[in-house]
Ligand binder design. Sequence first.
Ligand SMILES: [Zn+2]
Length: 159
Amino acid sequence: MCAVTLVVVEIGGKDRLACAQCEFVHWNNPKPVTATIVPLDDGVVLVKRKFEPFVGDWCLPGGFIECAEHPAESAAREVFEETGLEVKITKLLGATSPGRGINVVILFYEGSPIAGTLTPGDDAEEARCFKREELATLNIAFNLHRQAIEDWFNNAAGN
Ligand SMILES: [Zn+2]
């Protein structure tokens, strides 16, 4: 905004990028994203990625939360956009962060299909169900997605 190069300033014990002319601090807070487990036909719904990163790998439907959007509403919207399924969000399964410079917070939800037909959206190459035994050899884009799916199957088996 001041059109000057930001400088490193220590605030709260950490180095931050800040403006030397005004009060602006680039806090670099993480962006929130959702990923949703949609149980269907004894498996879960995954989408094949059409765009970078990890083109051709599979992942849970999800994406960035939009401005002023409730996280659960965002999760349902992303599932619909990517899979054609309307879901009722049933549970917040957990929240985590990948670390390693990937600046997001992931909210994992569970959502039950209530309408629609499983069909890939614009940013998915393919959308389909996978049974638990099919997952071991599948290329899943994000380790945290794989972990969340495994945890979900473990909990489902325990019920
Ligand atoms: Zn400034």
